[in-house]
Write a protein that binds this ligand. Structure first.
Ligand code: CA
Length: 229
């Protein structure tokens, strides 16, 4: 993923952490510590999305959210220390696209950002379905069928399958899969990929479809090439 993110957060440590993770996920990041500077940055830079801490020293977070909404259709992810349901609802009613309650995992933040951007920028119709042999992925309904039978997958399994299927026939390294599906490489994490691939194979009922490329990663194949008659 790419594009500019504006992070408005007065807590230096949290701002730095969020910035680092978003940069690792491929975004350029502008950090601001006050609502006013944040609003200016959004108006000037027109970022792809905004991460907004509700508890800022100068402006009320809700008011700021309202003003940010006024600058256009830029997706907003709210960070909040307040856990009250009312706050959540108000935040979303104000036009925020999602929120995270502190403390949150930076990896989850990246995952939420990806989800927001996917929703904000719908893929054109022709690329909403990916087919590999008898496997069919519908990105809009997030449904998977194999030879017409529905396969129930968990979120990460689906994301992993999409990533493999987008590059059918080509090897995806474990690191690339970690980066694309989980949002970053985390220590000792490639085992996570292996576990999820094993699950996928089981659920698809076609273990041979996802090939292991030893020491490198995985590759999804259309199956056997039909013989000429
Ligand atoms: Ca704060």
């Amino acid at each position: 993923m790419s594009g500019l993110a504006v992070v408005i957060e007065d807590d230096e440590a949290i701002g730095a952490l969020v910035g680092a993770y978003l940069e690792q996920a491929g975004f350029n990041v502008v950090r601001e510590c006050t609502g006013k500077a944040g609003l200016d940055a959004v108006e000037r830079r027109q970022p792809r999305f905004v991460v907004l801490d509700l508890g800022l020293p100068d402006l009320d977070g809700f008011e700021l959210c309202r003003q940010l909404r006024g600058t256009g259709d830029i997706p907003i992810l709210i960070l909040t220390a307040r856990d009250e349901e009312a706050d959540r609802i108000i935040g979303l009613e104000l036009g925020a696209d999602d929120y995270l309650t502190k403390p949150f995992s930076p990896r989850e933040l990246v995952a939420r950002v990806r989800a927001i951007l996917r929703r904000a920028e719908p893929v054109p119709p022709e690329s909403q379905v990916i087919e590999v042999g008898e496997l069919r992925l519908d990105l809009r309904s997030r449904s998977v069928t194999i030879a017409g039978s529905k396969v129930a997958l968990r979120t990460l399994e689906f994301e992993l399958l999409v990533e493999l299927a987008r590059h059918a026939g080509h090897v995806a390294t474990r690191d690339r899969l970690l980066d694309r599906v989980w949002g970053m490489s985390f220590a000792g994490g490639t085992r996570t990929v292996d576990v999820h691939v094993a699950q996928l194979r089981k659920k698809l009922g076609r273990p041979e479809m996802i090939q292991t490329v030893r020491g490198v990663g995985y590759r999804i194949l259309e199956g056997q090439v039909p013989q000429d008659a």
